[in-house]
Design a protein around this ligand. Structure first.
Ligand code: ANZ
Length: 852
């Protein structure tokens, strides 16, 4: 009988809602396990199959760890501040709170319909004042520690939209939405000093078990460069220009200097004759973003200031220029230019006819085949070629100092030591990481707990004044002058400070969406606490998160920001671990295969048949083009979990998404394949009706069951869910062939399957009247005695002579044994150069290879 997934799944979901088997409390006598999802932004389009992928993976681990005796914390909540709800409010006047509540209700219903074993009593939303009270409180801690400050930052301002835009919202100087012009203008903004933690954020990656590729992304984002600061005196003045370089060994090759056009010295250094050119250039550069300024191959522009600096190694005067390719935000905003060995400087020198002086010459090992050292040397010295590779130092001696003949490494060391003695420079480290622009001109975010006074001082609110709740408004449009919609609410903004009785202005910016997701994993340990953000004992017990799963799109920002806050909290002794997320795994993207006919019209996947890797129209037989692409609404290739659950059931969907392939890999969605997973569940269900069921164990069934448990355990521990599922499928194949069906073996499969397809597992468990609650029943122990026969000794012969023996799991196929034999040197040396005429194979015993 076809099982009724709707009835079964609804029944168990109701039971779980009522009996709360997944509720977790701190229990010092039990080992804990904290498994966390990247919680969703409750968008209007509801849950998508990508959510289901990661959430199923963590649910498998949560359920499995409970079976293994762990006290499991598996919570869910909502990252519910954010732009879409606010934009919808601007368009329709609906309060973002309404939209958000509606969307959360949908998400909760959808997650419950998937049977995830969350402790729903811990649910919260970041937009709830009971939560953001503590987000604001953490901000006050950052502020008190000097890690939150205000600065005039260049921002992207779109006059047509009347708002500031994030870099990601701007393309080619235009707003992505609407294509309106965007200009750069300075605006007073809140900034968090994440750079103070740059070194620790790199170093402590050693403490966590994360994919290497992800660690690399973070390290590159932080972008540590080791080099030196060098002080260049300005000719006939007392100022010194400080530069940062990663190549101090090229100091003798410096022929000019370049300052960022915004550099504070520019005005002073500009001579009257150069004044108008400099001012015009500065204005021109204002509108360019850093990205545009540093684009490779961009035509070099710049202006001479009229002043000269002195090269501290040679004593020579060198002209000081300004150019857009030098950024104010990196290093010191000034560079020593070495056109012979830096490509940007080389292009610039060519453009403006500045001298080029070679100070490195390649050796044989440094150049490509087919080139001669002499020719390359000549080209470099004549200024025809820029040499950015290794070599020996030349042309680098003064009366007091020489590094000629040294290797680059030696020269670096020698020159820095010399400069440190002379006090003309010092070792220095620079990071690409910038401080974090932390304010947004929005309504739907956490208000800053800050009061400004007329004299420029400010006061941060005390905990007794939190949460600071924004006023109720109905017009959500930005103010138009770059200020937040809150700035329009005069009675909220302009107040008398109740603590000092002074006239004060509230801060009208709000925090970015990242703020709420920076610490939600901490609140989950104690979500209802009204007196503290979390109780220290609970934090000590539950932290760190043992396993965190989410998309690779969060590889940098979210994970870096959350680690930063955590480190600050650690330094404040508010948390007990240096890192928040011990193990982290990424889920791969689920993509759609889409089909188009000859006229490039989309064809519904339901109308497509596949033959030998090619696709045809079911009705017309027309051959179709296919491509793999991201799922999206606009392309009509999005799959909604609701539809799949309706047709196949949540268990089948969960199983399918885990069966598609390895968790971290990209996978192509195929609705037809969901029915394969459903068929497997049906076969399992049918076992509970089998006439061959019996209470007594059999040796054969025990062997299958213990092999199953051993193999599934190993796979779950390694998060290899797809192979665990194939093992369970194989088990069903073998088990159904047995003459008797002992209940205990079916129970073993139910326990193995429970993390993957929990409704069906619970249903079969109940139908078999097996003892205990399947959710918490200890996972079956493997008894080694049933495994002994699980392997066989395969004897390999070549032309009847014994050449090798392999101990392998039973029932391997001929081609597998043959492949292993060919790889084995003891066997393969007898096969070399000979043609194989015949292979004799006796299953589980022998492979005889007959050659010419
Ligand atoms: C002299 C030199 C000679 C340089 C040479 C390179 C090669 P990374 O590795 O990315 O840290 N630089 C320094 N500050 C800059 C700024 N604000 N804007 C643009 N460029 C800047 O790059 C460090 C190098 O980038 C520095 O080393 C400097 O150029 C340049 F053969 O100094 B170098």
């Amino acid at each position: 009988m076809r099982y009724n997934h709707k009835a079964i799944e609804a029944k168990w979901q109701k039971i779980w809602d009522q009996t709360k088997p997944f509720k977790s409390e701190r229990d010092d006598n039990k080992p804990k396990y904290y498994v966390l999802d990247m919680f969703p932004y409750p968008s209007g389009s509801g849950l998508h199959v990508g959510h289901v992928e990661g959430y199923t993976a963590t649910d498998i681990i949560a359920r499995y760890k409970r079976q293994k005796g762990f006290n499991v914390l598996h919570p869910m909540g909502w990252d519910s501040f954010g732009l879409p709800a606010e934009q919808y409010a601007v368009r329709t006047g609906t309060h973002p709170r309404e939209t958000t509540k509606k969307n959360i209700d949908t998400f909760r219903r959808q997650l419950k319909s998937l049977g995830f074993s969350y402790d729903w009593d811990r649910e919260f939303a970041t937009s709830d004042p009971r939560y953001y009270k503590w987000t604001q409180w953490i901000f006050t801690k950052l502020y008190e520690k000097g890690l939150a400050y205000e600065a005039d930052m260049m921002v992207n301002f779109c006059p047509a939209l009347g708002t500031v835009l994030a870099n990601e919202e701007v393309e080619d100087g235009k707003a992505k939405e609407g294509g309106h012009a965007v200009e750069r203008r300075p605006l007073r903004q809140w900034v968090l000093k994440i750079t103070a933690y740059a070194e620790e954020l790199i170093r402590d990656l050693d403490l966590v078990d994360w994919p290497e590729s992800l660690k690399r992304l973070q390290i590159n984002w932080i972008g540590k460069s080791e080099g030196a600061k060098i002080f260049f005196p300005v000719k006939d003045r007392k100022e010194q220009i400080e530069i940062f370089t990663t190549c101090p060994h090229t100091l003798f090759g410096v022929t000019y200097m370049v300052l960022a056009p915004e550099h504070p010295f520019v005005a002073d250094l500009t001579t009257p004759e150069q004044q108008s050119a400099v001012l015009a250039y500065q204005k021109e550069v204002m509108s360019e973003s850093d990205m545009e300024r540093t684009e490779v191959g961009k035509k070099k522009t710049g202006v001479f200031t009229g002043s000269y600096a002195i090269n501290p190694a040679t004593g020579e005067p060198i002209p000081i220029w300004i150019a857009d390719y030098v950024l104010m935000g990196y290093g010191t905003g000034a560079v020593m230019a070495v056109p012979a060995h830096d490509e940007r400087d080389f292009e610039f020198a060519k453009q403006f006819n500045l001298p080029i002086r070679a100070v490195i010459t390649p050796q044989e090992k440094d150049i490509k085949d087919g080139e001669s050292v002499e020719t390359v040397h000549e080209e470099i010295v004549k200024g025809l070629r820029c040499w950015i590779h290794d070599g020996l130092i030349i042309n680098s001696s003064s009366r007091v100092f020489s590094i000629n003949g040294k290797s680059v490494e030696e020269a670096k060391k020698a020159i820095v030591e010399w400069m440190e003695e002379e006090k003309s420079g010092e070792r220095a480290i620079c990071y690409k990481l910038r401080d974090w622009l932390f304010s947004r001109q929005r309504y739907w975010g956490e208000p800053f707990p800050i009061l400004h006074f007329a004299d420029g001082t400010k006061r941060v609110l005390g905990i007794d004044e939190l949460p600071l709740i924004p006023p109720e408004i109905s017009d959500f449009k930005p103010a138009g002058d770059g200020q937040s919609p809150l700035s329009k609410v005069k009675e909220w903004v302009e107040i008398e400070d109740p603590k000092t009785s002074r006239a004060a202005r509230r801060e009208t910016n709000t925090m970015p969406q990242w703020a709420g997701s920076c610490w939600y994993y901490l609140r989950f340990v104690d979500p209802g606490n009204e007196n503290e953000a979390w109780e220290p004992g609970k934090e000590k017990y539950w932290l760190p998160v043992d396993l965190y799963v989410g998309g690779v799109e969060h590889a940098v920002l979210h994970l870096l920001y959350a680690r930063f806050w955590h480190k600050v909290l650690y330094d404040l002794k508010l948390v007990s671990t240096k890192e928040p997320f011990q193990s982290l795994r990424n889920q791969g993207l689920i993509v759609a295969r889409s089909f188009q006919d000859e006229n490039n019209l989309y064809v519904e996947p339901a109308d497509v048949v596949e033959k030998g890797g090619k696709y045809f129209h079911k009705v017309t037989g027309q051959s179709l083009k296919s491509q793999v692409e991201k799922m999206s609404k606009s392309k009509l290739n999005g799959i909604t979990p609701d539809d799949i659950i309706e047709e196949f059931g949540a268990d089948a969907l969960r199983l399918y998404e885990m069966f598609m392939g390895p968790l971290e890999k990209e996978k192509v969605w195929n609705t037809d394949a969901v029915s394969g997973c459903r068929r497997f569940l049906q076969r399992f269900y049918d076992l509970s009706d089998s006439e061959l069921l019996q209470d007594e164990d059999t040796e054969e069934a025990n062997k299958l069951a213990h092999r199953l448990v051993r193999s599934v355990t190993k796979d779950i521990e390694a998060l290899q869910f797809n192979t665990a599922i194939s093992t369970m499928m194989e088990f069903i194949n073998d088990f159904t062939k047995l003459p008797k069906h002992p209940k205990s073996a079916v129970g073993c499969l139910a326990q193995c399957l429970q993390p993957f397809a929990p409704h069906m597992a619970a249903e079969v468990w109940e139908r078999l009247k097996l003892e205990g609650d399947i959710n918490t029943k200890p996972y079956p122990e493997v008894d080694e005695k049933y495994l002994v026969d699980a392997t066989a000794t395969y004897v390999v012969q070549v032309n009847g002579k014994l050449r090798g023996r392999f101990e392998l799991p039973k029932d391997r196929e001929e081609k597998e044994i043959l492949a292993l034999a060919k790889e084995n040197p003891l066997v393969s040396k007898h096969l070399d150069g000979k043609m194989i005429l015949k292979v004799v194979f006796v299953p589980n015993k022998l492979l005889n290879i007959v050659t010419e």
